[in-house]
Write a protein that binds this ligand. Structure first.
Ligand code: ZN
Ligand code: ZN
Length: 348
């Protein structure tokens, strides 16, 4: 089969590699499309070394059809369209023992710790499969993984109907939280970024929300002003290592300053750098600081809402390229991050 193999960091080659062989509990998925995640960009640059072992076929966000079914697998048919949840947890660590799988201490993912979906075929355990309803197009189904992250974060933060929200960061995950949370609450929502194009995408999809360009305005001031000095019920932080403008603080601290008394802050950015906080600002509000990492069965929510039609996949997809142009796709995203949210790679 053909696959986009990362042979060296920053270098994909579209090569002939052996087709994976399946175990009795596994299926062989013929991949229709995969999407590029921020994590893939880190892998591409070597920032997941030594966790990633080269040569590697990355790709943990992908969908396809069942081509072969292992003899112990029940309830699936050849030709069925499926999304593959790439997460493999150990089942034995303290977090796994209480069923809190995203916190597994030896969590592994297809496409990071082993070969993944930037290929024609992938082998996956049948327990990782979610059937795709025929109402969902191949294109939109490729977004199930990023949407699952948005739904998981919304669940972790306990978003309820009537909650007002602020989202610091309008990249792929920020937009996914925006869309997922909008299926739950229609209350006031603020989204913050410094890239006008990202704010424009959010505003076009949801004209009623308030976009804040942090380069031009102080987000905390805008939020406090528009909520009558109260603050929002929940603030999400997905901005990461953001530029801090004069007179401002880091996005986690700004999120804390944006919530109401007894509000919640949910942090998702994975940074290795220190983030300085003034804990009094959180304690004074008896605010809750929550984190969210991957997903935990929220493929189901994403697929259900894609059927209902209350998500806006077209707002997330910036480009679609054939799998053989994987190298070019990564270079495009790296050179013009302002122009790309989700880039899909297809096998058709
Ligand atoms: Zn991802
Ligand atoms: Zn575990």
């Amino acid at each position: 089969m053909k696959a986009a193999v990362l042979t060296e960091y920053r270098n994909f080659e579209y090569l002939d590699v052996p087709k994976p062989e399946i175990k009795d509990s596994e299926v062989l998925v013929k991949i229709t499309s995969a999407s590029i995640c921020g994590t893939d960009q880190h892998i591409f640059k070597g920032e997941f070394h030594p966790r990633t072992k080269l040569p590697l076929i990355p790709g943990h966000e992908f969908v396809g059809t069942l081509e072969e079914i292992g003899k112990d697998v029940r309830g699936h048919n050849i030709g069925e369209r499926v999304a593959v949840d790439p997460i493999i947890w150990c089942g034995k660590c303290p977090a796994c023992k209480i069923g809190h799988y995203p916190a597994c201490t030896s969590l592994k993912l297809l496409g990071i710790d082993m070969d993944g979906g930037f290929a024609e075929y992938v082998a996956a355990d049948a327990s990782m499969l979610y059937k795709i309803d025929k109402k969902i197009s191949d294109r939109d189904s490729a977004l199930v993984e990023p949407y699952s992250i948005g739904f998981h974060a919304s669940k972790r933060a306990g978003v309820q109907p009537g909650d007002s929200l602020a989202i610091y960061g309008a990249g792929k995950i920020g937009q996914s939280i925006l869309q997922a949370s909008r299926t739950i609450t229609q209350e006031m929502l603020f989204i913050v970024d410094i890239i006008p194009k990202r704010l424009e995408i959010a505003k076009t999809a949801y004209p009623e929300i308030t976009t804040i360009n942090a380069r031009e305005e102080n987000p905390v001031e805008v939020i406090m002003d528009k909520t009558g000095g109260k603050g929002v019920d929940i603030a999400f932080e997905v901005a990461g290592d953001a530029k801090i403008f004069e007179g401002r603080t880091n996005p986690v601290r700004e999120a804390i300053r944006s919530i109401r008394g007894a509000g919640k802050v949910c942090v998702l950015s994975l940074e290795n750098t220190e983030v300085s906080l003034v804990m009094k600002e959180l304690i004074w509000k008896e605010g809750l600081l929550i984190t969210s990492r991957v997903s935990h069965g929220e493929y189901k929510d994403a697929l259900e809402h894609l059927v209902i039609g209350d998500l806006k996949p077209e707002a997330l997809i910036s480009a679609i390229l054939p799998m053989k142009r994987t190298q070019e796709a990564f270079e495009m995203i790296e050179n013009e991050p302002e122009n790309y949210l989700k880039v899909l790679l297809t096998n058709s």
